[in-house]
Each structure stands twice: as C-alpha cells, then as structure tokens.
Write a protein that binds this ligand. Structure first.
Ligand SMILES: C[S@@+](CC[C@H](N)C(=O)[O-])C[C@H]1O[C@@H](n2cnc3c(N)ncnc32)[C@H](O)[C@@H]1O
Length: 289
C-alpha cells in the first residue's frame, strides 16, 4: 500500500510542480489572511505571511533563537527551505530539504544554486518515514503541509523527533479533519465520503484530527507542545487559487501536465467546501525535543 502511495505522490508532484511554480510560484502551501481570514492581501504575500506567522507563533523570530541546522520535511521546490535560510542567514550553517519527487529535488537544487545558496543547502529524494540523517542532527524540523501525505503519522513524528537535537524545535502545519472527541462526535458518512474524494485527488492516505496529532507528538517524547487551529485564517486561499486557475496559461499548463493534475485542479472546490462544512481543519503544532 505504501509503495503504491509513494509512487502516486511522486508522480503527482513530478507532473504538477513546474506548472504550479509557473502560475503560483515556489510556495506550495496555504496563505494566511489574518486571524479571521479577512485580510485582502495578494496570494503570494499571504503565503509568506503564513511562514512568518508560524515562526513568530513558535518563537523562532529573533536572532537569539534562530536555528543553525534546518530540515524541511516535504520541501516541495524548496520554497520554505530557501526562505528560512535567507531569513536566518547569520545563523544557518546548513539546511536540508527532502521530498519524494525527483523533479522537485532537482528544481529546488537549481533554485538554491541560482540564489548562491548551493553550498549551504542540500535537497534530496528521501522518505520522511526513513530519513537519511543521524540522530540529533537539526535545531529546527519544519514540515509545511506534508504530514497529510504520511501513511504512518506516528512513524513520521518519531523520525522528526529522532533527527532533532535535544532542545531542537518541531514546527508542523498540516491538513486535519475536525476533532471527534466532543460533539458532534464521530465523522458522519457524508464527511467520510467528502474526505475520501480529497484523499484520492491529492494522494493522501488519510488525515487525522489536531488532538490526535497532539497525542502522537506527546507519545514521541516531545515537550512544550503547543497547537492551534488556523482554519479561519487560511481557508480563503482555495477560492483565490480557483480564480487564478482560470487563465489561458493555467489551462494550457494543466492540459500538458496530465489527468491527475487536471483532476486536482477540477477538485479545488472540494477543499473550500470542506472548510465550509467545518470538516477540513488547518492544524499547527510546535514542540521541543
Ligand atoms: C503540498 S507539498 C508542500 C511542499 C512545501 N512544504 C511547500 O510548502 O512549498 C507536499 C510535499 O510533501 C512531500 N512528501 C509527501 N510524502 C512524503 C514522504 N513520505 N517523504 C518525504 N516527502 C514527502 C511531497 O514530495 C511534497 O514535496
């Protein structure tokens, strides 16, 4: 099951990443539209704001607590890796990004070289569930919207814990479903059906709720765990993406990228509907090893 899933994820990102970059740029994640989702800012700025909000919420925004060694788990084409390395240029000695997609790894490497950061940053194809890094290697493990792809959330977080140095920080933002531990309780058939459609289109094995992520994080041994639900702040993103997908450049690109990418584009409303139903949640976690 996992091998098939990994192949699907690889193909999905191999086929769609350059199209995404051409239309929407290097960040393959939600934008942040203010706490209440009402800020009228452009999409790219909203994506940068999401990174900045995560850093300030996690207290990684001053030179005192800036990281030296960063790991970006599920790095896409290196949007966050490069941003963080530039932002913390005084302290970062090296950064690594891992992805399942060879196309993404090579484009990310090319981008690092274009920005003269090739010496400091290394991108590679590697599985987050079996990371090719020694124990206690990084000060900051950053995972922006990759957790939803992981077929074993426990193993994923254990690996993040293993490669962090003692005292190092995990910052994770991921797609979740609503909590089920208080009313209205378990997911309904309609909600499960809706999730299944999202799983199929975006190559996700399953998602879990934020309280479940918190429990797993605790079981792995993390301390000082903070979590929050930023759904309201990020939900407007999908309507912005839908509007910008209806351009000749995007349509031609989609046709070239093939069926899974076309399906993903046609299914963009599934996510905005999921947020509207209160089913899809955007969970953020910060924790210390
Ligand atoms: C939505 S993209 C996010 C990319 C990037 N974090 C960003 O925000 O621009 C999801 C990323 O997770 C990666 N990914 C999914 N499953 C993975 C796994 N098991 N190991 C490593 N990377 C994985 C994909 O290859 C892809 O790069």
């Amino acid at each position: 099951m996992s091998n098939q899933l990994y192949q699907q994820i690889q193909k999905f990102y191999d086929d769609s990443s350059l199209l995404w970059e051409g239309i929407w740029g290097e960040h393959m994640h939600h934008g942040y539209y203010g706490e209440d989702g009402q800020s009228k800012i452009n999409r790219r700025q909203a994506q940068i704001d999401l990174i900045e909000e995560l850093l300030s919420w996690s207290d990684v925004h001053t030179s005192k607590n800036a990281p030296q060694k960063i790991l970006d788990v599920g790095c896409g084409i290196g949007g966050s890796t490069l941003y963080l390395t530039q932002k913390f240029s005084q302290t970062v000695t090296n950064a690594h990004g891992i992805t399942l997609s060879p196309v993404q790894a090579s484009r990310a490497t090319e981008r690092a070289e274009e920005m003269n950061l090739g010496q400091k940053i290394k991108f590679e194809v590697a599985n987050a569930l079996e990371m090719p890094f020694a124990d206690n290697s990084f000060d900051l493990v950053w995972s922006l919207e990759s957790g939803e792809h992981m077929p074993d959330k426990g193993k994923f977080l254990q690996e993040c814990y293993r490669v962090l140095k003692p005292g190092g920080k995990l910052i994770l933002a991921t797609w979740c479903h609503r909590p089920t531990n208080f009313p209205p309780g378990e997911l309904t058939i309609e909600e499960r059906t809706h999730l299944e459609k999202i799983y199929q289109v975006y190559c996700l094995p399953y998602v879990i709720s934020l309280p479940e992520y918190e429990n797993i994080t605790r079981e792995c041994g993390f301390n000082n765990i903070c979590s929050d639900d930023w759904s309201k702040a990020v939900a407007p993103f999908w309507n912005v993406v839908i509007d910008s997908a209806i351009t000749p450049q995007a349509v031609i690109g989609l046709l070239k990228a093939g069926l899974p990418t076309i399906n993903a584009a046609l299914s963009l409303p599934l996510m905005s509907k999921g947020y509207g139903m209160g089913l899809i949640r955007f969970g953020v976690i910060c924790a210390i090893k």
